[in-house]
Design a protein around this ligand. Sequence first.
Ligand code: GAL
Length: 309
Amino acid sequence: MINKNGKQWFDTNGNPIQAHGGMILKHDIRYYWYGENKNANNTISSIGGRKVDFIGISCYSSNNLKDWCYEGLVLEASNDRSDSLYKDKIIERPKVIFSEKTKEFVLWFHYDYDDYLYAACGVATSKSPTGPFKVQKIFKPNRKDSRDFTIFKDAEKAYLIHSSDFNKTTYISELNETYTDVTGLYTKALVDQEREAPTMFKNQNMYFMITSGTTGWDANAALYSRSPFLFSPHKLIDNPCEGPNYRQTFYGQPSYVLEVEEQFYLMLDHWVPENLQKSGYSILPIDIIGNKKRDLRINWTDSPFGGKY
Ligand code: GAL
């Protein structure tokens, strides 16, 4: 199946890939793509927003980053109204990390009510990359709200990077050794900048974040920031995108930065607000430029991974 950037993608059975707001994890020799399954019609939330009732978190696996085999729902909605995973809940932007200490896969997700006012994190664990994951806790990290987020591993330590203070400020919160909780140590990275959809990567001792603005499902201009230290304020620099539609991030919104063979790639969701299940994806190479390799440049390519995979 040939998938094209910006469009819906298809799995090895020819079905649309339902893995929005997601990430790709490499484990042993296989890649696992986790994301939101939005395979249903839109509904309208209690505050008039567009949403799809919670169905579950999907997993797809691949050995070549091209052919994606559906592995099913690794976390599923419940039909029980009293269950924390009842379908009226918002469960978004799943990120999975493997703990060498516990040999468990740890799934983090944004957990919310349909008015987005609860703003918490969920943590679930599984012995297998293809689940099922069992919810361990739903909580506010360091008693802060948490909406869009990513998980970033730096050597053996991992961090939760989350939009907080009603999306005004992006925090970096240290995770414990098992990656299932925060330690209490946190810092403000982007203060009062109103950034969402955070992604993070490190190149040659420089930490880069690519984030979106806060316009819901509508595309806006991405910005990157950098800092030589992770646990410190990061400086916003510029929009990394170039060429047609660069101010709308090519009509995409960041979900994750993935490294493959020493090349970084930005994963984008191409939301279709009026019918979210039809939303597409792109995976674009990130060029690191300048004489000190301190700046980023992202160009559109029709083929995922710039055609490399
Ligand atoms: C976006 C966010 C998405 C989703 C959406 C709802 O800003 O990045 O993950 O929450 O808002 O409107």
